[in-house]
Design a protein around this ligand. Structure first.
Ligand SMILES: Cc1cc2nc3c(=O)[nH]c(=O)nc-3n(C[C@H](O)[C@H](O)[C@H](O)COP(=O)(O)O)c2cc1C
Length: 267
């Protein structure tokens, strides 16, 4: 694929992967491109753990699904992330950011906007939404042939110091290299992020991966090859929209938004 085509097509995968194992040469390539990222003073503070062992993946899946259910039942998820949720095409078109819930059982649609209120939360719980989504999430993770844990070397990753910021910056570049490469390989990738939001569950993942004191577990991803026809989960979102250039680029100072392509004449 042409490089820019890869950048344009890079996506987060919300649906299932094929069960096929990820070829060893592809696993190798993914961690090699991760390691090619820039880092402060070439410190290369990232570490990766490739996980293919079924039992481990299923345990991570249980922890992930359970974390999802818990966050949804308590309402933490809705409250924490409400500002990012869009519930109509028009809202998404205007804001051009956030995630749009464009797939949900019709019985729930009338309640979707109230999900952050006490009533909405009660309705969601009554319809068993947290359980459904938790189980969907468990199955998605369990059905992934490969997990990738990303860690940082704590001698570099010192939160609150510049070195800590640089480490996170470099790790982001490493992950982006991996993410782009999945596009080229016909693979998908998604954060397994819910355990991170519940400290005791994150600790369970650290123990499972035998993370030593010198390393900090930063993120876990699920990866696999994409099926030709991608099935969507029961409740799903899309986030293809991007802000217009004039919404995030300025010219010379922050006071002059850059004109959008095709609107130069109006400047
Ligand atoms: C720091 C960070 C955290 C993210 N957390 C999650 C997550 O918890 N679950 C998930 O499915 N996607 C997660 N994503 C992916 C974003 O939702 C996604 O990149 C965004 O909606 C744009 O969609 P796209 O990647 O398909 O272009 C995360 C991305 C970043 C950079």
């Amino acid at each position: 694929m042409d490089f820019l085509e890869v950048v344009r097509r890079r996506r987060t995968t919300n649906g299932p992967f094929l069960p096929d194992p990820v070829k060893p040469e592809h696993q190798r390539l993914l961690v090699e491109v991760g390691g090619m990222a820039p880092s402060h003073f070439n410190s290369q503070p990232w570490r990766f753990v490739l996980v293919e062992d079924r039992e481990k993946i299923e345990e991570v899946a249980r922890i992930s699904g359970d974390s999802m259910r818990q966050l949804l039942e308590e309402g933490t998820f809705w409250k924490r992330y409400r500002p990012y949720f869009r519930f109509s095409e028009a809202e998404m078109e205007e804001r051009r950011d956030g995630i749009f819930f464009d797939q949900m059982p019709s019985v729930l649609k009338p309640f979707s906007r109230q999900v952050f209120s006490n009533t909405g939360q009660a309705v969601m719980n009554r319809f068993g939404v947290p359980k459904t989504l938790g189980e969907d999430n468990r199955k998605l993770v369990a059905g992934s042939p490969l997990l990738l844990a990303v860690l940082l070397d704590k001698t570099e990753y010192r939160p609150g110091e510049l070195s800590g910021f640089y480490s996170v910056f470099g790790m982001g570049a490493a992950i982006e290299n991996i993410w782009l490469t999945t596009t080229e390989l016909g693979m998908g990738i998604q954060f397994v992020s819910t355990p991170m939001e519940i400290p005791e569950n994150w600790k369970r993942l650290q123990d499972l991966l035998k993370v030593p004191d010198e390393l900090e577990l930063m993120a876990v991803y699920r990866l696999g090859y994409l099926p030709e026809n991608q099935r969507r989960p029961t409740i799903d979102w899309s986030s293809r929209q991007r802000k217009r250039i004039s919404q995030y680029v300025f010219r010379e100072t922050c006071e002059t938004p850059e004109a959008d392509p095709g609107r130069e004449a109006a400047r």
